[in-house]
Design a protein around this ligand. Structure first.
Ligand code: PMP
Length: 287
Protein backbone atom coordinates (compact mmCIF):
# COMPACT_ATOMS: atom_id res chain seq x y z
CA UNK A 1 0.00 0.00 0.00
CA UNK A 2 3.03 2.29 0.37
CA UNK A 3 4.48 2.18 -3.17
CA UNK A 4 2.08 4.29 -5.17
CA UNK A 5 1.48 7.80 -6.47
CA UNK A 6 -0.48 10.33 -4.48
CA UNK A 7 -0.03 12.65 -1.53
CA UNK A 8 -0.30 12.36 2.22
CA UNK A 9 -0.76 15.14 4.76
CA UNK A 10 2.03 14.65 7.31
CA UNK A 11 2.37 16.95 10.35
CA UNK A 12 1.00 19.92 8.43
CA UNK A 13 2.67 19.33 5.07
CA UNK A 14 1.56 17.62 1.89
CA UNK A 15 4.24 15.11 0.89
CA UNK A 16 4.51 12.35 -1.75
CA UNK A 17 2.77 9.11 -0.71
CA UNK A 18 6.05 7.09 -0.89
CA UNK A 19 7.86 9.48 1.46
CA UNK A 20 5.36 9.29 4.33
CA UNK A 21 7.55 7.14 6.60
CA UNK A 22 8.11 6.65 10.34
CA UNK A 23 11.19 5.55 12.28
CA UNK A 24 11.27 1.91 13.51
CA UNK A 25 11.71 3.17 17.08
CA UNK A 26 8.36 4.96 17.06
CA UNK A 27 6.57 4.53 20.38
CA UNK A 28 3.31 3.98 18.51
CA UNK A 29 4.75 0.86 16.85
CA UNK A 30 6.20 -0.69 20.02
CA UNK A 31 3.57 0.25 22.57
CA UNK A 32 0.46 0.94 20.45
CA UNK A 33 0.24 4.62 21.42
CA UNK A 34 -1.72 5.23 18.24
CA UNK A 35 -5.29 6.22 17.39
CA UNK A 36 -6.99 6.61 14.05
CA UNK A 37 -10.17 7.44 12.18
CA UNK A 38 -11.99 6.07 9.17
CA UNK A 39 -14.26 8.41 7.26
CA UNK A 40 -15.84 8.54 3.86
CA UNK A 41 -16.28 11.28 1.30
CA UNK A 42 -19.35 11.20 -0.92
CA UNK A 43 -19.47 13.60 -3.87
CA UNK A 44 -16.44 15.43 -2.48
CA UNK A 45 -18.00 15.99 0.97
CA UNK A 46 -16.89 14.14 4.08
CA UNK A 47 -19.87 12.59 5.89
CA UNK A 48 -20.03 13.54 9.61
CA UNK A 49 -16.56 15.10 9.36
CA UNK A 50 -16.75 17.04 12.62
CA UNK A 51 -17.92 13.96 14.55
CA UNK A 52 -14.97 11.93 13.23
CA UNK A 53 -12.43 14.59 14.17
CA UNK A 54 -13.93 15.14 17.61
CA UNK A 55 -13.67 11.39 18.14
CA UNK A 56 -10.05 11.41 16.94
CA UNK A 57 -9.09 14.02 19.54
CA UNK A 58 -11.07 12.14 22.20
CA UNK A 59 -9.37 8.84 21.25
CA UNK A 60 -5.96 10.48 21.75
CA UNK A 61 -7.02 12.02 25.07
CA UNK A 62 -8.15 8.57 26.27
CA UNK A 63 -4.59 7.33 25.58
CA UNK A 64 -3.20 10.29 27.51
CA UNK A 65 -2.03 12.47 24.65
CA UNK A 66 -3.17 15.61 22.96
CA UNK A 67 -3.13 15.72 19.17
CA UNK A 68 -1.60 19.13 18.38
CA UNK A 69 -4.32 20.21 15.92
CA UNK A 70 -7.88 21.42 16.40
CA UNK A 71 -11.00 19.85 14.89
CA UNK A 72 -11.19 22.76 12.42
CA UNK A 73 -7.54 22.28 11.38
CA UNK A 74 -8.09 18.55 10.85
CA UNK A 75 -11.26 19.30 8.84
CA UNK A 76 -9.25 21.57 6.52
CA UNK A 77 -6.38 19.08 6.27
CA UNK A 78 -8.77 16.31 5.22
CA UNK A 79 -10.38 18.49 2.58
CA UNK A 80 -6.92 19.33 1.28
CA UNK A 81 -5.99 15.64 1.09
CA UNK A 82 -9.08 14.91 -1.02
CA UNK A 83 -8.28 17.83 -3.29
CA UNK A 84 -4.60 17.10 -3.94
CA UNK A 85 -5.43 13.45 -4.66
CA UNK A 86 -8.44 14.28 -6.84
CA UNK A 87 -10.75 12.10 -4.78
CA UNK A 88 -14.51 12.63 -4.89
CA UNK A 89 -15.75 9.33 -3.46
CA UNK A 90 -13.26 7.78 -1.12
CA UNK A 91 -12.06 6.82 2.30
CA UNK A 92 -9.89 8.95 4.60
CA UNK A 93 -7.54 7.62 7.23
CA UNK A 94 -6.17 10.08 9.78
CA UNK A 95 -3.71 8.44 12.21
CA UNK A 96 -1.95 9.94 15.24
CA UNK A 97 0.90 8.34 17.21
CA UNK A 98 3.73 8.93 19.64
CA UNK A 99 7.00 9.36 17.78
CA UNK A 100 10.54 8.02 18.26
CA UNK A 101 11.90 10.77 20.52
CA UNK A 102 11.87 8.45 23.56
CA UNK A 103 12.03 4.65 23.69
CA UNK A 104 10.50 3.23 26.87
CA UNK A 105 7.00 2.51 28.15
CA UNK A 106 7.10 6.01 29.58
CA UNK A 107 7.44 8.54 26.79
CA UNK A 108 5.80 11.61 28.22
CA UNK A 109 7.83 14.02 26.10
CA UNK A 110 7.47 12.25 22.77
CA UNK A 111 6.06 14.18 19.85
CA UNK A 112 2.50 13.46 18.76
CA UNK A 113 2.42 13.03 14.99
CA UNK A 114 -0.61 13.21 12.71
CA UNK A 115 -0.87 11.93 9.16
CA UNK A 116 -3.87 11.78 6.83
CA UNK A 117 -4.16 9.56 3.76
CA UNK A 118 -7.12 9.11 1.41
CA UNK A 119 -7.91 6.69 -1.37
CA UNK A 120 -10.75 5.73 -3.64
CA UNK A 121 -12.78 2.98 -2.01
CA UNK A 122 -16.31 2.45 -3.33
CA UNK A 123 -17.51 -0.37 -1.01
CA UNK A 124 -15.98 -2.36 1.80
CA UNK A 125 -17.68 -5.54 0.60
CA UNK A 126 -18.55 -6.08 -3.07
CA UNK A 127 -22.00 -5.04 -4.27
CA UNK A 128 -23.06 -8.66 -4.83
CA UNK A 129 -21.93 -9.74 -1.40
CA UNK A 130 -23.78 -6.74 0.04
CA UNK A 131 -27.13 -7.60 -1.53
CA UNK A 132 -26.85 -11.29 -0.71
CA UNK A 133 -25.67 -10.67 2.82
CA UNK A 134 -22.29 -11.60 4.22
CA UNK A 135 -21.30 -14.57 6.40
CA UNK A 136 -19.82 -14.20 9.88
CA UNK A 137 -18.25 -16.67 12.27
CA UNK A 138 -18.03 -16.22 16.03
CA UNK A 139 -14.68 -14.83 17.09
CA UNK A 140 -12.62 -16.61 19.73
CA UNK A 141 -11.48 -13.29 21.15
CA UNK A 142 -13.75 -11.15 23.26
CA UNK A 143 -14.10 -7.40 23.56
CA UNK A 144 -12.44 -6.45 26.85
CA UNK A 145 -14.03 -5.06 29.98
CA UNK A 146 -13.93 -1.21 30.13
CA UNK A 147 -11.79 -1.69 33.26
CA UNK A 148 -9.17 -3.51 31.13
CA UNK A 149 -8.68 -1.09 28.24
CA UNK A 150 -9.86 2.35 27.08
CA UNK A 151 -12.62 0.80 24.96
CA UNK A 152 -14.15 4.09 23.79
CA UNK A 153 -10.92 5.06 22.03
CA UNK A 154 -10.44 4.14 18.39
CA UNK A 155 -7.02 2.94 19.49
CA UNK A 156 -4.77 0.81 17.28
CA UNK A 157 -4.05 -1.58 20.16
CA UNK A 158 -7.68 -2.64 20.39
CA UNK A 159 -7.51 -3.85 16.78
CA UNK A 160 -5.04 -6.64 17.60
CA UNK A 161 -7.96 -8.96 18.50
CA UNK A 162 -9.95 -7.66 15.52
CA UNK A 163 -7.24 -8.73 13.05
CA UNK A 164 -6.81 -12.11 14.79
CA UNK A 165 -10.58 -12.67 14.68
CA UNK A 166 -11.00 -11.57 11.09
CA UNK A 167 -8.08 -13.70 9.88
CA UNK A 168 -9.49 -16.77 11.68
CA UNK A 169 -12.93 -16.20 10.12
CA UNK A 170 -11.45 -15.67 6.65
CA UNK A 171 -9.39 -18.86 6.97
CA UNK A 172 -12.71 -20.73 7.38
CA UNK A 173 -14.27 -18.99 4.36
CA UNK A 174 -16.29 -16.35 6.23
CA UNK A 175 -16.31 -12.63 5.46
CA UNK A 176 -15.89 -11.40 9.03
CA UNK A 177 -16.21 -12.34 12.70
CA UNK A 178 -18.80 -11.45 15.31
CA UNK A 179 -17.15 -10.66 18.62
CA UNK A 180 -18.79 -11.32 21.96
CA UNK A 181 -17.82 -9.16 24.93
CA UNK A 182 -16.19 -10.15 28.23
CA UNK A 183 -19.66 -11.12 29.58
CA UNK A 184 -20.47 -13.34 26.59
CA UNK A 185 -22.95 -10.85 25.12
CA UNK A 186 -23.00 -9.94 21.45
CA UNK A 187 -20.69 -6.95 20.93
CA UNK A 188 -19.80 -6.08 17.32
CA UNK A 189 -18.02 -7.24 14.18
CA UNK A 190 -14.29 -6.54 13.79
CA UNK A 191 -14.86 -3.10 12.25
CA UNK A 192 -18.60 -2.47 12.45
CA UNK A 193 -21.55 -2.43 14.86
CA UNK A 194 -24.34 -5.03 14.73
CA UNK A 195 -28.15 -4.86 14.68
CA UNK A 196 -30.78 -7.63 14.93
CA UNK A 197 -34.41 -7.55 13.76
CA UNK A 198 -36.83 -9.55 15.91
CA UNK A 199 -40.58 -9.43 15.19
CA UNK A 200 -40.34 -6.09 13.39
CA UNK A 201 -38.31 -4.39 16.10
CA UNK A 202 -34.64 -3.45 15.88
CA UNK A 203 -32.30 -4.52 18.67
CA UNK A 204 -28.66 -3.56 19.17
CA UNK A 205 -26.17 -4.03 22.03
CA UNK A 206 -25.40 -1.18 24.44
CA UNK A 207 -21.99 0.24 23.42
CA UNK A 208 -20.37 0.04 26.85
CA UNK A 209 -17.25 -1.89 25.80
CA UNK A 210 -16.94 -1.06 22.08
CA UNK A 211 -17.26 1.97 19.80
CA UNK A 212 -20.61 3.72 19.68
CA UNK A 213 -20.13 4.09 15.93
CA UNK A 214 -21.05 7.28 14.13
CA UNK A 215 -22.90 5.15 11.55
CA UNK A 216 -24.63 3.28 14.40
CA UNK A 217 -25.92 6.56 15.81
CA UNK A 218 -26.94 7.74 12.33
CA UNK A 219 -28.82 4.51 11.54
CA UNK A 220 -30.60 4.48 14.93
CA UNK A 221 -31.84 8.04 14.27
CA UNK A 222 -32.80 7.12 10.70
CA UNK A 223 -34.72 4.02 11.86
CA UNK A 224 -36.58 5.97 14.54
CA UNK A 225 -37.46 8.71 12.02
CA UNK A 226 -38.96 5.97 9.83
CA UNK A 227 -41.09 4.83 12.77
CA UNK A 228 -39.17 1.69 13.77
CA UNK A 229 -38.69 0.85 17.41
CA UNK A 230 -34.96 0.59 18.27
CA UNK A 231 -34.04 -1.11 21.53
CA UNK A 232 -30.52 -0.93 22.98
CA UNK A 233 -30.01 -3.82 25.37
CA UNK A 234 -27.84 -6.77 26.35
CA UNK A 235 -28.18 -9.53 23.73
CA UNK A 236 -26.94 -13.10 24.20
CA UNK A 237 -25.84 -15.11 21.12
CA UNK A 238 -28.58 -17.75 21.69
CA UNK A 239 -31.10 -15.08 20.66
CA UNK A 240 -29.89 -15.37 17.10
CA UNK A 241 -32.23 -18.40 16.88
CA UNK A 242 -35.26 -16.08 17.01
CA UNK A 243 -33.80 -13.28 14.89
CA UNK A 244 -35.07 -12.71 11.36
CA UNK A 245 -32.60 -10.12 10.02
CA UNK A 246 -29.08 -9.03 10.96
CA UNK A 247 -27.05 -6.15 9.57
CA UNK A 248 -23.80 -4.34 10.30
CA UNK A 249 -23.18 -0.58 10.31
CA UNK A 250 -19.92 1.31 9.94
CA UNK A 251 -18.28 4.01 7.91
CA UNK A 252 -16.60 1.46 5.66
CA UNK A 253 -19.38 -1.18 5.48
CA UNK A 254 -22.23 1.40 5.53
CA UNK A 255 -25.32 -0.81 6.10
CA UNK A 256 -24.36 -4.39 5.22
CA UNK A 257 -26.83 -7.28 5.52
CA UNK A 258 -25.68 -10.52 7.20
CA UNK A 259 -27.08 -13.85 6.01
CA UNK A 260 -25.24 -16.21 8.31
CA UNK A 261 -23.56 -16.19 11.72
CA UNK A 262 -21.91 -19.60 12.23
CA UNK A 263 -24.85 -22.09 12.26
CA UNK A 264 -27.58 -19.39 12.37
CA UNK A 265 -29.04 -18.10 9.10
CA UNK A 266 -31.11 -15.07 8.22
CA UNK A 267 -32.78 -13.61 5.16
CA UNK A 268 -31.93 -9.96 4.58
CA UNK A 269 -35.45 -8.50 4.57
CA UNK A 270 -37.57 -5.39 4.32
CA UNK A 271 -36.18 -3.53 7.35
CA UNK A 272 -32.54 -4.07 6.36
CA UNK A 273 -33.31 -3.02 2.80
CA UNK A 274 -35.17 0.09 3.97
CA UNK A 275 -32.26 1.22 6.16
CA UNK A 276 -29.60 0.30 3.61
CA UNK A 277 -31.31 2.42 0.95
CA UNK A 278 -32.16 5.17 3.45
CA UNK A 279 -28.53 5.41 4.55
CA UNK A 280 -27.29 5.46 0.94
CA UNK A 281 -29.70 8.26 0.16
CA UNK A 282 -28.67 10.24 3.24
CA UNK A 283 -24.92 10.11 2.65
CA UNK A 284 -25.20 10.97 -1.02
CA UNK A 285 -27.58 13.87 -0.46
CA UNK A 286 -25.88 17.06 -1.67
CA UNK A 287 -25.43 20.00 0.73
N1 PMP B 1 -16.57 -0.89 15.73
C1 PMP B 1 -15.30 -0.97 15.28
C2 PMP B 1 -14.36 -1.91 15.95
C3 PMP B 1 -14.89 -0.18 14.21
O1 PMP B 1 -13.64 -0.26 13.75
C4 PMP B 1 -15.82 0.68 13.58
C5 PMP B 1 -15.37 1.53 12.42
N2 PMP B 1 -14.84 2.76 12.87
C6 PMP B 1 -17.12 0.73 14.07
C7 PMP B 1 -17.47 -0.07 15.15
C8 PMP B 1 -18.15 1.63 13.46
O2 PMP B 1 -17.85 2.97 13.70
P1 PMP B 1 -18.26 4.13 12.69
O3 PMP B 1 -19.69 3.92 12.36
O4 PMP B 1 -18.01 5.36 13.46
O5 PMP B 1 -17.40 3.98 11.49
Amino acid sequence: FDDRDGFIWYNGEIIPWRDARIHVLSHGLHYASSVFEGERAYGGKIFKMKEHHERLLRSGALLGFQIPYSVAEIDLACEEVLKVNNIVDGYLRPVAWRGSEMMAVSAQKSKIHLAIAAWEWPAYFSADARLEGIRLDFAEWRRPDPATAPVASKAAGLYMIATLSKHAAEAKGYNDALMLDYRGQIAEATGANVFLVQDGKIHTPIPDCFLDGITRQTVIALARSKGYEVIERAIMPEELANTQEVFLTGTAVEVTPVREIAHYSFTPGAITRDLLLGYDEMVRKPG
